[in-house]
Design a protein. Structure first.
Length: 377
């Protein structure tokens, strides 16, 4: 759900890290040039650069506010917000809106388009109060483009916010989240096909916006086609919990321990087990015997471990379909009712659980595997 490609952190606001995806730079450069080129034909180069920079900052600042609105509403419901990432198609706010039910899911999704709508109205109002000038034209343009994206982003199709709004509304009516997911998938198919048709018609009229609409329609249609198998997968994942699929953790290995010491004391006795690595009293990564084998025995554990970058925290009773949504491609930490870390979980662990329990096409009950004793006990 939160796959955003390669990214790096540029800021932290209100405790939420702000990332920029490498793909964002391409669209940002193209957007800036698209604003500068026509302006350069009307004013001198310096003025064109200034006006293009104003459009650039206010437009992408608006996208950041759009994502921040998702985060603020999510926190209002007491939900964690892991990060905000600017990507080539807009932005992504990593939160768990579904954990508080259909209303919260709808409210968090609607906060983004609602904020963009207010920005569009605000820019338009400011522009209308100004004397005729190029800056006035910039304000009116920003109003127009924000109003367009507010309406566009509310279209009921994934991956747009409107797709999640449709899913949340269907969930509230049916009380069945997987069924609501299927409904949103149908909406995506209809919306995607409709946008492709409109795009072709507009392009035939010589309107270059038709290419954009056609492309977005193709993306939404493609996502919609993936919904039925993903819904079937969700139904299977609902039969398991995080505790069923997780890797139970062993002893906490200090990050400054040598690999030789860690191997002899913890890793070799339990070669199939993943061990958490602690530093400063908190878990900062994990290591296995296979990880240690790739490094010199004299090196510290911290150099060989798989480092956690603000790992997702999962409760052991959570159904696996929720777990998949939250961890994405990261390794998550599993906690029990007391908040104690009892395991680690990844997509590979969930895939292994699926293979074990659905290898015949029907659910197979398996006995609970008791974790091996901790090496430090």
């Amino acid at each position: 759900m939160f796959g955003t490609g390669n990214r790096f952190q540029v800021a932290r606001i209100g405790g939420v890290p702000i990332y920029v995806s490498t793909s964002w730079f391409l669209i940002a450069a193209l957007f800036f040039f698209a604003q500068y080129a026509p302006l350069a034909q009307e004013v001198d180069a310096g003025e064109a650069l200034k006006l293009a920079a104003i459009i650039f900052v206010l437009f992408f600042g608006g996208i950041l506010l759009h994502e921040a609105a998702h985060a603020v509403v999510a926190r209002g419901f007491g939900l964690p917000v892991r990060a905000i990432t600017l990507v080539f198609w807009g932005g992504a706010t990593e939160t768990r809106s579904w954990r508080k039910g259909a209303f919260a899911d709808f409210a968090v999704a609607a906060a983004g388009p609602g904020t963009t709508l207010l920005l569009g109205l605000g820019f338009r109002f400011i522009g209308q109060q100004m004397e005729p000038s190029h800056l006035r034209g910039v304000m009116l343009y920003l109003g127009e483009i924000n109003l367009f994206f507010a309406a566009f982003n509310a279209i009921p199709g994934f991956p747009l916010d409107g797709g999640r709004m449709l899913m949340a509304a269907a969930w509230g009516v049916t009380r069945k989240r997987v069924l609501a997911f299927r409904v949103a998938g149908i909406g995506s198919l209809l919306v995607g096909a409709g946008l492709i048709v409109v795009g072709v018609v507009e392009f035939g009229k010589g309107n270059s916006r038709g290419l954009f609409l056609g492309y977005i329609g193709f993306v939404i249609l493609s996502v919609g086609r993936q919904i039925p198998p993903r819904a079937a997968l969700r139904e299977r994942l609902q039969r398991g919990t995080a505790r069923d699929a997780m890797q139970p953790i062993g002893a906490m290995i200090p990050a400054d321990s040598s690999l030789l010491d860690a191997t002899e004391r913890w890793l070799r006795p339990f070669p199939e087990q993943l061990f958490p690595v602690q530093e400063g009293g908190r878990i900062v990564g994990a290591i296995s015997l296979e990880d240690a084998a790739d490094h010199a025995a004299s090196r510290p554990v911290g150099e060989a471990m798989t480092r956690f970058d603000d790992p997702p925290i999962i409760e052991d009773t959570e159904p696996l379909d929720d777990v998949v949504d939250w961890i994405g491609t990261q390794d998550g930490l599993v906690t029990d009712i007391t908040g104690h870390t009892v395991g680690m979980i990844s997509v590979q662990d969930i895939d292994r659980w699926l293979t074990e329990h659905w290898s015949t096409g029907a659910f197979i009950e398996r006995p609970v595997v008791v974790a091996p004793p901790r090496p430090d006990e």
